[in-house]
Write a protein that binds this ligand. Structure first.
Ligand SMILES: NC(=O)c1ccc[n+]([C@@H]2O[C@H](COP(=O)([O-])OP(=O)(O)OC[C@H]3O[C@@H](n4cnc5c(N)ncnc54)[C@H](OP(=O)(O)O)[C@@H]3O)[C@@H](O)[C@H]2O)c1
Length: 276
């Protein structure tokens, strides 16, 4: 588990301050899907959404680690469906299960992402490039399409929020991971385009982290963390919880006038002229 959380789930703790309601549980009564959530950023997001009152469906390809992750949640707050996020049958199974168990869907977090290759674009195997685009970009769009069209879920008929996980590599080139950055740049424009198409009912935003300490990014910092961190004005690399707190905000009604935004979450790295 990535953090210690107090699970309250008690909306009666809401308070009125200066005549405004301050919600103890901003996401009380909502339901969410977080893809790629057996560890790392996705798991931290799922934990945070549950801590704020949501019920969550988490996915990942490997069933064992997914079940292990789910075991850390309070009873009744999480369901799991294993599968590959770019597989239409998997998406169908997830949505049917969410409809059956939660009977609603308010929040979709497109977190699953891959980067299977390292090296210059001139050496890139185009099959690998297609795989990156399929999982990182097309599957993110397909999740939104499938949710929107699903006959048993009310995403298209009630207010909803989509949050895509992009990356600072989509803002400025990072040597060796060019195609990954291209896919994350596409996520940014997908986010803006969907926001225009799906408003006013559905808000679509993205979060673009710099290096966050997870298994995925290990090669970027292991054995050189002090040196890498020194390029960040805030003096440290990201933690999964840094991403989770922004995602929870974007999912909540506190962000009800925010759509089509790609928010950099980078400890100041880009402002300092750095890249991941
Ligand atoms: N860590 C960073 O520095 C960083 C920075 C910017 C953006 N991001 C983005 O943040 C997201 C999460 O990254 P992370 O660092 O948390 O990675 P991570 O620790 O490696 O976790 C990835 C999660 O996604 C699952 N997954 C991978 N491929 C999948 C697929 N095709 N379908 C379904 N699930 C899949 C993995 O489980 P299985 O292996 O069992 O499928 C795992 O649960 C990614 O989109 C990544 O691009 C990360």
């Amino acid at each position: 588990m990535t953090q210690e959380i107090t699970f309250s789930g008690d909306p009666s703790r809401n308070e009125s301050v200066f005549g405004r309601e301050v919600k103890a549980c901003r996401l009380e009564g909502t339901a969410a899907i977080v893809t790629g959530a057996s560890r790392g950023i996705g798991l931290a997001i799922a934990e945070r959404l549950v801590a704020e009152g949501a019920r969550v469906c988490i996915t990942a390809r490997k069933i064992g680690p997914l079940e292990d992750a789910a075991a850390g949640f309070p009873e009744g707050t999480v369901i799991t469906v294993a599968g590959n996020s770019d597989d239409p049958d998997h998406r169908r199974e997830v949505l049917d299960t969410v409809a059956r168990k939660f009977d609603r869907l308010d929040i979709l977090v497109n977190n699953a992402g891959i980067n299977p290759v390292y090296g210059p674009l001139m050496d890139l195997d185009l099959e690998a490039a297609r795989k990156i685009i399929n999982v990182n970009v097309l599957a993110s769009l397909a999740w939104v399409q499938d949710v929107y069209r699903h006959e048993g879920l009310g995403f298209a008929s009630r207010f909803g929020s989509v949050i895509n996980i992009s990356s600072v590599t989509g803002q400025t080139p990072s040597p060796g991971i060019g195609m990954y950055g291209i896919s994350k740049a596409a996520i940014g424009h997908l986010t803006r385009t969907l926001a225009v198409e799906l408003g006013p009912r559905i808000r679509v935003n993205a979060v673009a982290p710099a290096v966050v300490k997870t298994r995925f990014a290990r090669a970027l910092y292991e054995g050189k963390e002090a040196e890498v961190s020194s390029k960040y004005p805030l003096g440290r690399l990201g933690k999964p919880d840094d991403i989770a707190s922004l995602v929870a905000f974007l999912a909540s009604s506190d962000a009800s006038w925010i759509t089509g935004q790609v928010i950099n979450l980078d400890g100041g790295l880009l402002s300092a002229g750095g890249s991941a």
